[in-house]
Design a protein around this ligand. Structure first.
Ligand SMILES: Cc1cc2nc3c(=O)[nH]c(=O)nc-3n(C[C@H](O)[C@H](O)[C@H](O)COP(=O)(O)OP(=O)(O)OC[C@H]3O[C@@H](n4cnc5c(N)ncnc54)[C@H](O)[C@@H]3O)c2cc1C
Length: 477
């Protein structure tokens, strides 16, 4: 058996960096590699965006998600990782009784028609009866069943909004589908690339000739496969349990928190020298993996090559969002909250775009007799809401909740969480991302992983991290 030495530096202990370090450790053991991995993070713990906070009120626990509250159940990578880590019994699905999304319209919350899948109607009887759209708009949407397909080629792209308007008409798109699909990316469906965000939609047009037919078939397949139909999955104690478990498996000694990596320089021979903004000195590595969103990674990549830095910065726009969480007594809320949340495309919503009734969506997020609600804010005029005071943001969010669900009194607690760097892939993103990754591959030992290159969600990060771990081990041969 040969022993080989390999030094890997990972910038970032978010899910990308953690999944990568974990996979490297496993592969290192398998291939008898003498592996030294060091994970640097400017923050104080693992998880990056993925963070769960427990709040105790009178000895009772609320589980607050500061970032994502779930992964998409149909993407297998996160589930596979969770199972590999022995956390299978901790996986939870959304509560079946509340698996519906509401729509704010004319100052009230309305049920979306049953059977919407990615904003596409699949239960046509229910859809034809919805009072949310005019009759002609409903009939226009059903034209999708008969319209000739104009499938997008591999190199072609459209915005989500333009694509859906072409198939289903503008009223359906603007009122139902665009808020739902744009909301997943905290963005505007009329500027996001359909190929990069929901490739299953162009694929549906290409293969089935109709989005409605394709989504109906998908719903059927899903029912037969899982029997449950939950589109999202999470963990009992909150998603933050996943980074903690990964950190434990990788070994705490590999982590250097509170360490901002300020420079990456290439050495004379192979390898890199990382400058760390702490007194612990530089780190030499054969491979460096820069993780996180492109807008966050660009300044470091610029140090390796100005051209790479520029291309990374230009790859994808970044949006900022604010999440405000409220803990309340159930009796303070005057609506049944029998849904997972609401979309709020209405004019009077201001900067509120959506809300999640976390304690209705998941079991165990709030103690009995309490509720946990979350409101998403995004400036529709492109301002950076993160600069606003906590009190201004929470007032804005609470006022909208009061108007839509009716709340008396003050919340038991409030949390305001700011997020920058939410990637907004524009049409043509896939080609730009491929070109950038090809450029990175030309620099031996340099890798990038994160949300905003080949996918946006947790599972996309896990998949990319796995691929890079394998590439690093292969490069050693
Ligand atoms: C509000 C919100 C909701 C979301 N909801 C969902 C969802 O429901 N489902 C889903 O699948 N995905 C969701 N996402 C996307 C998902 O959270 C991301 O895909 C994923 O968490 C990205 O992980 P990452 O490790 O690539 O980046 P990050 O989590 O951003 O981690 C990068 C880490 O690198 C560190 N870092 C960066 N630069 C340096 C440096 N120079 N030196 C030292 N450290 C550095 C940062 O401190 C950070 O900890 C959501 C994202 C947001 C913001």
């Amino acid at each position: 058996m040969t022993h080989r030495a390999l030094r890997v530096a990972i910038v970032g202990a978010g899910i990308s960096g953690l999944a990568l370090a974990y996979r490297l450790k496993k592969l290192g053991e398998e291939h008898s590699i003498d592996l030294t991995t060091r994970i640097f993070d400017a923050g104080s713990g693992p998880g990056g965006i993925l963070r769960t906070e427990n709040v105790e009120v009178s000895g009772q626990r609320f589980v607050l998600e500061h970032g994502p509250d779930s992964w998409v159940a149909t993407k297998p990578e996160t589930r596979a990782l969770v199972e590999e880590l022995g956390m299978k019994d901790d996986v939870i699905e959304t509560l079946p009784a509340n698996r519906r999304v509401l729509l704010a319209l004319s100052g009230k919350l309305h049920r979306l028609p049953d059977g919407l899948m990615l904003g596409i109607p699949t239960n046509l009887a229910a859809y034809l009866q919805t009072p949310l759209l005019r009759k002609r708009a409903r009939l226009r949407a059903l034209l999708d069943l008969a319209l000739p397909a104009k499938p997008l080629g591999d190199d072609e792209d459209e915005t989500i909004g333009a694509f859906l308007t072409r198939r289903l008409g503008s009223e359906h798109t603007n009122l139902l589908a665009a808020p739902l699909l744009g909301g997943v990316y905290a963005g505007d469906a009329y500027s996001l690339s359909v190929q990069a965000t929901f490739p299953q939609l162009p694929q549906a047009e290409r293969e089935a000739g109709s989005l409605i037919r394709a989504m109906q078939a998908l719903v059927e397949r899903r029912k037969q496969k899982t029997g449950s139909g939950s589109m999202f999955a999470s963990l009992k104690g909150g998603l933050g349990a996943l980074p903690k478990k990964l950190e434990e498996q990788i070994g705490r000694a590999a982590f250097q928190y509170g360490s901002n990596v300020s420079n990456i320089g290439r050495l004379e021979g192979p390898g890199f020298r990382l400058a760390i903004d702490t007194d612990r000195g530089p780190f030499h590595a054969d491979h460096v993996v820069v993780t996180g969103a492109p807008s966050a990674s660009a300044p470091l990549l610029e140090k390796v090559s100005p051209d790479l830095g520029r291309k990374t910065r230009e790859l994808v726009d970044a949006a900022s969002t604010v999440i405000v969480l409220f803990g309340l007594l159930s009796e303070q809320v005057h609506s049944p909250l029998d849904a997972s949340g609401f979309l709020d495309p209405s004019e009077e919503a201001g900067d509120v775009v959506a809300g999640t009734f976390l304690s209705s969506k998941w079991e165990g997020r709030a103690p009995a007799g309490h509720v946990l609600l979350r409101v998403f804010l995004r400036s529709k005029e492109g301002r950076d809401l993160r600069e606003r005071e906590d009190s201004t943001l929470s007032k804005m969010a609470f006022a909208r909740l009061q108007a839509l669900v009716g709340i008396s009194g003050e919340p038991l607690f409030t949390r305001v969480i700011r997020h920058g760097h939410r990637p907004q892939p524009r049409p043509g993103h896939i080609q730009r991302a491929r070109a950038l990754l090809a450029d990175v591959a030309k620099v031996p030992g340099l890798h990038i992983v994160g949300s905003g290159y080949e996918g946006i969600g947790i599972s996309d990060c896990v998949r990319a991290a796995d691929a890079v771990a394998h590439a690093i081990v292969r490069a050693k041969d």
